[in-house]
Design a protein around this ligand. Structure first.
Ligand SMILES: [Zn+2]
Length: 424
């Protein structure tokens, strides 16, 4: 991805640097050839003659947001089944490119995939890195892995529909290994698995159900780690979280029913967790109009409460969280990602500074790129969000794109109201 040559100074705003430290009023951020060379009080900034100036207008200067569990290939579906039968790969790819642009316009300068259709992430990442299309710096996932009869194995056999574009359905460790080997060849970074079910499938694969055996999960980890890939999993039931941590998973998605033993295992290796929790509340609030049954809604309510408790436990114990998750359903459409931050402040009870830290540095850590992105500190990439208004007073201003003055990657202003709208 190109870096902005020359010197850019962002000034006239408070600095919320993403480390969790208190804001610095009247700050300046200097970006030299795309890399941050200074971030701190404007009064102490080194002189920068002939710099390009970006005026924050008394608002907030903060790191670009990091979506820690994005599904660029999900096209605002109301039913999981739509994912594999509605559109061919060509159309899903085009929709994904639009979603990537939307995410960037919403202030998300980086994102870690939580699973994708076909092998679109890998090529999307390349297109974004080569400035062919706009989008967040991406950690690519691929087709997911689930045990036969599990959450993702939804097509009844009489339909004779394969699931090749979405998920590898595995029976036993041998098939789990062979699925990972295909993903190695696909060029992905994250292997996404389904250790447990979900409230979305209350009859046979609910949130207390296991969808993979420990042996299958262990085979996935051993094969993936051998080739330098990382492994994560959709973990709701306590035993699924425990199996994942014991099998050597590199991250946990959701971590809903986290008991003390799981928490100890999580902290022992400092395994990061992406709760993806706003989805549960928004399902409860808006699911009915999209036809979700009362049983499904009840399950989401149970998951919401347990998930919020588990987030508070992880925060208190000093664990690492990444925020984001499961936008791309009808009731959580692309473009509404930042409501996750408002939800964490208003519902889960996190402080605004903590919430911003996990939505920037936390996501960067999950991507393994915290040395390059996630905070505004000298030496890091100039991935900066310039916001009209005080995010510490009202985090929800991030939900409205009109409040984003500039969205910068490597010092290049890619979106925001300071950019003139493109003409066609
Ligand atoms: Zn997901």
């Amino acid at each position: 991805m190109k870096l902005q040559p020359g010197i850019t100074v962002v000034k006239n705003g408070q600095l919320v640097d993403g480390t969790g430290r208190p804001a610095i009023p009247n700050a300046a951020v200097i970006i030299t050839d795309g890399i941050i060379s200074y971030a701190g009080p404007a009064a102490e900034a080194p002189p920068a003659p002939e710099a390009r100036i970006i005026d924050a207008g008394g608002g907030t200067i903060m790191p670009g947001l990091v979506e820690a569990h994005i599904h660029l290939t999900y096209f605002n579906v109301s039913e999981l089944q739509d994912l594999d039968i509605k559109f061919p790969v060509e159309y899903v790819t085009l929709q994904s490119a639009v979603n990537a642009k939307t995410a960037l316009e919403c202030g998300y300068t980086s994102a870690r995939s939580g699973g994708c259709l076909h092998n679109i992430d890998v090529w999307m990442k390349k297109a974004i890195e080569e400035d062919m299309i706009p989008g967040p710096r991406l950690s690519a996932s691929g087709r997911e892995i689930c045990g036969a009869g599990g959450l993702m194995d939804w097509n009844p056999d009489f339909r004779r529909i394969g699931m090749e574009g979405i998920v590898f359905i595995v029976n036993g460790p041998e098939q789990a290994r062979s699925a990972v080997r295909k993903l190695v060849k696909d060029g992905i970074e994250w292997v996404k698995t389904y250790p447990t079910g979900d409230a979305a499938s209350p009859d046979i694969n609910d949130h207390h159900t296991l969808c993979m055996t420990f042996e299958e999960m262990h085979a996935v980890v051993a094969t993936a780690h051998n080739h330098g890939l990382k492994v994560t999993g959709h973990c709701r039931a306590t035993e699924g979280i425990r199996n994942a941590l014991k099998a050597g998973y590199d991250a946990i998605e959701h971590g809903t029913f986290m008991d003390d033993e799981c928490l100890d295992l999580l902290l022992k290796r400092n395994v990061p967790m992406c709760p993806g929790l706003g989805f549960e509340l928004f399902s409860v609030q808006r699911g009915k109009e999209f036809g979700l049954s009362q049983r499904v809604l009840d399950g989401h309510q149970e998951t919401l409460e347990a998930g919020a408790e588990s987030c508070r436990k992880v925060l208190k114990a000093g664990g690492t969280l990444g925020l984001g998750g499961d936008y791309g359903f009808a009731w959580t459409p692309h473009g509404t990602y930042a409501q996750e931050l408002t939800f964490f402040v208003n519902y889960v009870g996190f402080s605004t500074l903590d919430t911003i830290k996990w939505a920037t540095l936390g996501g960067a850590k999950m991507m393994g790129r915290e040395k390059e992105i996630g905070t505004l500190e000298a030496g890091k990439l100039g991935d900066v969000l310039v916001v009209k208004g005080d995010v510490l007073q009202d985090i929800s201003i991030l939900e409205n794109r009109d409040n984003l003055l500039a969205v910068m990657q490597g010092g290049v202003v890619k979106a925001g109201t300071l950019v003139k709208p493109a003409s066609f």
